[in-house]
Design a protein around this ligand. Structure first.
Ligand code: S3P
Length: 170
């Protein structure tokens, strides 16, 4: 862990947990920069995340994701929305810790995640119910490593952002 706590909040959580929506609100309230990791990857590769998965596969996506995260981890002050799988890569968790950032897990009930993702068909790892819930189960032990957990079930993004502000991370 870096000796200095940086003004960086990383939002962690499964697809559909609201990382980007909450992140934008939080960044606005703090007057910080908002960075969406998937958008940075898409701009760098000139392709959508779905296209990257389809043309080059998930291992390549994870490589560019780790490289983009390493760049972003220099930004400050910033609220950073990670992708659903970013924090499930141990090297990324280490990098965030070493950067002195604070990870906040947006913990949303399974059925609510499913309902939200069903309405948006642009996610390459969103397929059927079984694989969705299996992937979520695999990810939970990683998400639990975040310093803070916020329950987001049935709550508006504004309420979630307010609760993060009340954590007085910075
Ligand atoms: C992924 C989630 C997506 C995106 C990519 C992989 C995952 O981000 O990074 O499709 O592994 O769960 P969102 O969580 O923003 O959907």
């Amino acid at each position: 862990m870096s000796s200095r706590r940086r003004r960086q909040i990383y939002l962690v959580g499964f697809m559909g947990s609201g990382k980007s929506t909450v992140g934008r609100l939080l960044a606005r309230a703090l007057g910080w920069q908002f960075i969406d990791l998937d958008s940075i990857i898409e701009a760098g590769q000139q392709m959508t995340v779905r296209e990257i998965f389809e043309s080059a596969g998930e291992p390549f996506f994870r490589e560019v994701e780790a490289a983009a995260l390493a760049e972003i981890s220099k930004a400050e002050p910033a609220v950073i929305a990670l992708g659903g799988g970013t924090f499930a890569q141990p090297a990324n968790v280490r990098l965030i810790r070493e950067a002195g950032g604070t990870a906040v897990w947006l913990d949303c009930p399974q059925e609510e995640l499913w309902r939200r993702c069903e309405q948006m068909q642009n996610r390459p790892l969103f397929r059927d119910r079984l694989s969705f819930f299996q992937l979520l189960e695999q990810r939970l032990p990683y998400y639990r490593q975040a310093e803070h957990r916020i329950s987001t079930g049935g709550r508006l993004p504004e309420e979630v952002a307010d609760e993060i502000l009340r954590l007085k991370i910075v």
